[in-house]
Design a protein around this ligand. Structure first.
Ligand code: 3PG
Length: 394
C-alpha cells in the first residue's frame, strides 16, 4: 500500500482528506484528538514542499438549517494553533473563491475548505458519492492523500469519489497506523489475544463477536449486552437492558464460542438508571426491580485473571455506565488490568471506550487508541473499508 512517503510532494497541490469530525458546541471544540492525529501527515506534506489542501465532513447535514454550528472554521483555527502557522480557511466547498485561494498557495501553505457535507443539502452529493463532485474536488489538486481513517467505512465523494477519478492516491500516516495496529491485532496477533467487548447492545457487536470467535483466544463480555447473554442462559435479569429479539442469537454465539466466551459473574445494580439511588451487588441473577449497570468485583477479578499474560488486547465498549461514578469501577478495573500487562499490544477500538479511557485517566496506558468509531468497528468485523479499498486500487 502506497503512503504519502511514496510520492513526490514538491510544488504539488496535495488534496488531504482528514477526519475533522470533532465534537463542537457553540463553536468550541470538545476534543481535538482527531486534529492532533492528522498533524504528522499535514506536517510531512508542508515540510516536503507541498501545498496542503485539507477538507473533512463535520456532523450530518441534511437541510440548510443543519449547517448552523457545523462550519469547519473553528477547526481551521485550532489547526493553525497546533501547527503554529497560518491556516487559510475558505468558507466554500466549491467555486471561484476556493479555486483562487488554491491558485494563490505557495509551497508549504495550508488551506482548509468548508464542511464537505454542506454538499448534502442539495441531493446528498457528498454522502451519495456524486461522481461530478468527486471529479470537481479531484480537479483542485495534483495528488490525493486519504488520511481520514474515521471515515474509511463510508464511500463518499470526498474519499472514494476523488480516489476513483484516477488521481494518484495514497494513504496518510494516520490511516497507515490505524490499519497496522487494528489489522495486525485481529489478523496476526501475538498470542494470547484477548478481546474485551462491552456496550449496551449485542446487536452493535454481533459482527465483531462472530469475526473474533475463531481469531481470539478469549472474548470477555461486559456492559449492558451482558444481560441479553444472561437471559439466553436462563438467568434472571430483573429490569436490566435486554434485546428480546437477540436472545436466540446470543444462545448461538455462546454455543459457537464455547469456553472462549467469558461472561461476568456478578453485577452492580440499582433500581433506577441514576447515580443518586442506592446500589446493590448481586452474584448471578439480578432480582426483580433492579437493573445491572456495571460488572461486579468478582467479574473484575475474573477478567483481570483472564487478561494475565495476554500479548494482544483489543477493547471495544465500556463495562458499565462509566459516566456515572457508581458504575465506573468495572471499566476502571479493566483499564487497570490492561495497564498492568507487560509487552502487550493494547488497542482501544475508538468511540465510547476511547472516551472512557480518556475520562478515567488511562489514555496513555494503551499502545493505540483508534480515532475511528464506526470505522474501527467495521475493521474488527473483518469488513473491507471502502475508503481504504479505493487507495489499494491505485
Ligand atoms: C465518525 O465520527 O464515526 C466518522 O467521522 C463518520 O461520521 P458519520 O458516522 O457521520 O459518517
Amino acid at each position: 500500500k502506497m503512503t504519502v512517503k511514496d510520492i513526490d510532494l514538491k510544488d504539488k497541490k496535495v488534496l488531504v482528506r482528514v477526519d475533522f469530525n470533532v465534537p463542537l458546541k457553540d463553536g468550541v471544540i470538545g476534543d481535538d484528538t482527531r486534529i492532533k492525529a492528522a498533524l504528522p501527515t499535514i506536517n510531512y506534506v508542508i515540510d516536503n514542499g507541498g501545498k496542503a489542501i485539507l477538507f473533512s465532513h463535520l456532523g450530518r447535514v441534511k437541510t440548510e438549517e443543519d449547517k448552523a454550528g457545523k462550519s469547519l472554521a473553528p477547526v481551521a483555527k485550532r489547526l493553525g494553533e497546533l501547527l503554529g502557522k497560518e491556516v487559510t480557511f475558505v468558507p466554500e466547498t466549491r467555486g471561484a473563491d476556493l479555486e483562487s485561494a488554491i491558485n494563490n498557495m505557495k509551497d508549504g501553505d495550508v488551506v482548509v475548505f468548508e464542511n464537505t457535507r454542506f454538499e448534502d443539502i442539495d441531493g446528498k452529493k457528498e454522502s451519495g458519492n456524486d461522481a461530478e463532485l468527486g471529479k470537481y474536488w479531484a480537479s483542485l489538486g495534483d495528488v490525493f492523500v486519504n488520511d481520514a481513517f474515521g471515515t474509511a467505512h463510508r464511500a463518499h465523494a470526498s474519499n472514494v469519489g476523488i480516489a476513483s477519478t484516477g488521481i494518484p492516491t495514497v494513504a496518510g500516516f494516520l490511516m497507515e497506523k490505524e490499519i497496522k495496529f487494528i489489522g495486525e491485532a485481529v489478523e496476526e496477533p501475538k498470542r494470547p489475544m484477548i478481546a474485551i467487548l462491552g456496550g449496551a447492545k449485542v446487536s452493535d457487536k454481533i459482527g465483531v463477536i462472530k469475526n473474533l470467535i475463531p481469531k481470539a483466544d478469549k472474548i470477555l463480555i461486559g456492559g449492558g449486552m451482558t444481560y441479553t447473554f444472561n437471559k439466553a442462559k436462563g438467568m434472571e435479569i430483573g429490569n436490566s437492558l435486554v434485546e428480546a429479539d437477540k436472545v436466540e442469537l446470543a444462545k448461538e454465539l455462546i454455543e459457537a464460542a464455547g469456553d472462549k466466551l467469558v461472561l461476568p459473574v456478578d453485577s452492580i445494580t440499582a433500581a433506577e438508571f441514576s447515580n443518586d439511588v442506592p446500589t446493590e451487588e448481586h452474584a448471578g441473577d439480578v432480582p426483580e426491580g433492579q437493573m445491572g449497570l456495571d460488572i461486579g468485583p468478582e467479574s473484575i477479578a475474573l477478567f483481570a485473571e483472564t487478561l494475565k499474560g495476554a500479548k494482544t488486547v483489543v477493547w471495544n465498549g465500556p463495562m458499565g455506565v462509566f459516566e456515572m461514578s457508581n458504575f465506573a469501577r468495572g471499566t476502571i478495573g479493566v483499564c487497570e488490568a490492561i495497564a498492568n500487562l507487560e509487552d502487550a499490544t493494547t488497542i482501544i477500538g475508538g468511540g465510547d471506550s476511547a472516551a472512557a479511557a480518556e475520562q478515567l485517566g488511562f489514555a496513555d496506558k494503551f499502545t493505540h487508541i483508534s480515532t475511528g468509531g464506526g470505522a474501527s468497528l467495521e475493521l474488527l468485523e473483518g469488513k473491507e473499508l471502502p475508503g481504504l479499498a479505493a487507495i489499494n486500487d491505485k
